[in-house]
Design a binder for this molecule. Structure first.
Ligand code: ADP
Ligand code: MG
Length: 226
């Protein structure tokens, strides 16, 4: 059985049909990247899967914990780094404080932020904030991690450090669904790539398959990057 299964998902906003019968699945340990033009429904798809949005019809089968990393970090500005990371594990998951703090410190170390646990988000660079946000997601011990354009708000010189973190997670076989405009990254890190356009999955396959597709829409989209 797949870790995540999405079946015939449909979602409209008023008469704007944003997701038109989307089906795919994610296996444990798989890295799936979703690419496609702006407005094609990628964020809406992630938001439906993660319960931030309610689908109109279809099925989402996932029994586990997920972590979510947003484009704009979404850290609580009035909480320290440590509190941002430990809040949900303590309050929602009701885990032991000593265990959660130890886990958080391990994650901060892994993110190269050991000296930042008492800092506030505004004192950090965008890249550091995004690494905190990834540590926060990981501290939930997620079965699957969702990223929605994790580098789009970052200056180009900070993008690499975030992509490197995600690459490390892939090497550790973290299951991930990544919406990204970083084509080379998607190509390198993904087991599977989905190309979405206008609310439908136009192409799905290995990076080799998808990037060599003869599909006109796919070729036009990739032409904007290369
Ligand atoms: P992408 O992430 O691929 O850029 P989105 O999922 O953000 O695409 O948006 C797909 C379409 O859904 C767009 O036309 C957008 O305007 C519309 N949309 C997204 N969220 C809402 C919302 N909360 N209310 C109304 N329309 C929305
Ligand atoms: Mg989006």
């Amino acid at each position: 059985m797949s870790l995540l299964e999405v079946k015939n998902l449909k979602k409209s906003f008023g008469d704007n049909v944003v997701l038109k019968d989307i089906s795919f699945s994610v296996e444990k340990g798989e890295v799936l990247s979703i690419i496609g033009p702006s407005g094609s429904g990628k964020s809406t798809l992630l938001r439906c899967i993660t319960d931030l949005e309610t689908e109109d019809s279809g099925e989402i089968n996932f029994d586990g914990t997920f972590g979510l990393v947003f484009q704009n970090f979404n850290l609580f500005p009035h909480h320290s780094v440590m509190k941002n990371i430990t809040n949900a594990p303590l309050k929602v998951q009701k885990r032991d404080k000593a265990e959660v703090y130890e886990h958080a410190r391990d994650l901060l170390k892994k993110m190269g932020l050991s000296d930042k646990e008492d800092a506030y988000p505004s004192e950090l660079s965008g890249g550091q904030q995004q690494r905190v946000s990834i540590a926060r997601a990981l501290c939930m011990k997620p079965d699957i991690l969702f990223f929605d354009e994790p580098t789009s708000a970052l200056d180009p010189e900070l993008t690499g450090e975030i992509l490197a973190v995600i690459k490390d997670l892939a090497a550790e076989h973290m299951t991930m669904v990544i919406v990204t405009h970083e084509m080379n990254f998607a190509r390198n890190v993904s087991d599977t790539i989905i190309f979405m356009d206008e609310g439908v999955i136009v192409e799905e396959g290995s990076p080799e398959e998808v990037f060599s597709s003869d599909n006109q829409r796919m070729k036009e989209f990739l032409g904007k990057f290369y």
